[in-house]
Design a protein around this ligand. Structure first.
Ligand SMILES: [Zn+2]
Length: 134
């Protein structure tokens, strides 16, 4: 996957908006550009031929819909690398299970065994924090 494309400069965006006779004020364009979150309408009007991923980047999104995944058929992909979001979640969960250290494993077991104690403890902690904040 190619490097993450950058949103063109504000001057380029304004020039492009003038060319395409886009009915959005320069102030609105500048505001959207400042936050790197162009609206979907602006992106579709200014870059009609951009790929779904590039359009998502210009909109400031982290995930977008594109062609279905070969493995699972999901269309939701990550903007960062274009990979399938569902497969990513599965593989990271698998990696985590395979790479548990003894201490994390022991702690997870302890947590499962002592759920009632943890609930009571956390409730008391929450109350104490609320009292401190007040
Ligand atoms: Zn997938």
């Amino acid at each position: 996957m190619s490097a993450r494309p950058k949103l063109p400069s504000l001057a380029e965006v304004i020039a492009l908006a003038e060319q395409t006779r886009l009915d959005v004020s320069v102030v609105d364009l500048a505001r959207m550009h400042k936050h790197s979150e162009m609206s979907a309408e602006v992106v579709d009007a200014l870059w009609p031929d951009a790929s779904p991923r590039v359009k998502a980047i210009y909109q400031g999104l982290t995930r977008y819909n594109d062609t279905a995944c070969k493995k699972c058929g999901s269309t939701l992909r990550m903007v960062g690398n274009g990979r399938c979001w569902a497969c990513h979640k599965v593989s990271t969960a698998k990696w985590r299970m395979l790479n548990l250290t003894k201490s994390t494993r022991d702690f997870a077991k302890w947590q499962a065994k002592n759920r009632e104690y943890r609930n009571t403890y956390n409730r008391a902690l929450r109350t104490r924090k609320q009292e401190q904040a007040a």
